[in-house]
Design a protein around this ligand. Structure first.
Ligand code: ZN
Length: 207
């Protein structure tokens, strides 16, 4: 218990394996992941992305898959253990997040009726991708099927806020950051996921 108490104040690291099933420019991907990481920084939560994960036998706390688009375009409502958007999707039970890169490009373009893939500013595109990923990670780590009234976990983003340089509209609420830290600490305590460990290994709880 003492070790756990020490962890409460320190930085936490979440390992995030990413499987790329869509074409994304390397720089766009890196910028997107940097945007996601920044959204978690106020909670002293570090994200460590692995874009070429080995198929480890341990079950990670979260797995991210990037696909161009859903196999079948359908928007589901929020329901138990399942969360869907046009831009991404989170399955709480299997701890799996899917991001649809072409859909995010369409959201950045702002024209959903256009048939061909829009040409978008790669920096703005990366920013939007990173924000959508942070939102989906929020669902998973908060085990949240629904949404909050405001901030990162609200149900819809305007085109303007999704693409704006400023990150004001994409903050986690303080209590959500705390809840995420608790989720991560519980994972450490149960040693459920080898892919997650505290940043400072000296403070890891004894098995
Ligand atoms: Zn959502």
């Amino acid at each position: 218990m003492l070790a756990l108490a020490l962890l409460l104040a320190g930085p936490l690291t979440l390992e995030v394996p990413i499987y790329l099933g869509a074409e994304l420019h390397e720089e766009t991907l890196m910028n997107a992941l940097r945007e996601t990481a920044r959204i978690f920084e106020p909670g002293d939560i570090q994200l460590r992305f692995d874009v070429s994960p080995d198929q480890s036998t341990t079950r990670p706390l979260v797995t991210v898959i990037v696909q161009p688009r859903p196999a079948r375009f359908k928007v589901h409502g929020c329901s138990r253990d399942r969360h869907d958007h046009r831009l991404g999707h989170t399955q709480l039970r299997s701890r799996r997040i899917t991001l649809w890169s072409e859909q995010v490009a369409r959201a950045v373009d702002g024209n959903w009726d256009r048939k061909e893939l829009p040409k978008v500013d790669h920096r703005v595109y990366a920013r939007a991708l990173g924000r959508v990923l942070a939102h989906e990670l929020g669902h998973l780590l908060l085990r949240l099927n629904g949404h909050r009234d405001r901030g990162l976990m609200r149900s819809a983003f305007s085109h303007r806020s999704l693409t704006a340089r400023g990150r004001r509209a994409f903050r986690f609420a303080e209590e959500d950051l705390q809840a995420i830290r608790e989720t991560l600490l519980q994972a450490v305590a149960k040693n459920k996921s080898a892919s997650f460990r505290p940043s400072d290994e000296r403070e890891a709880p004894k098995r």
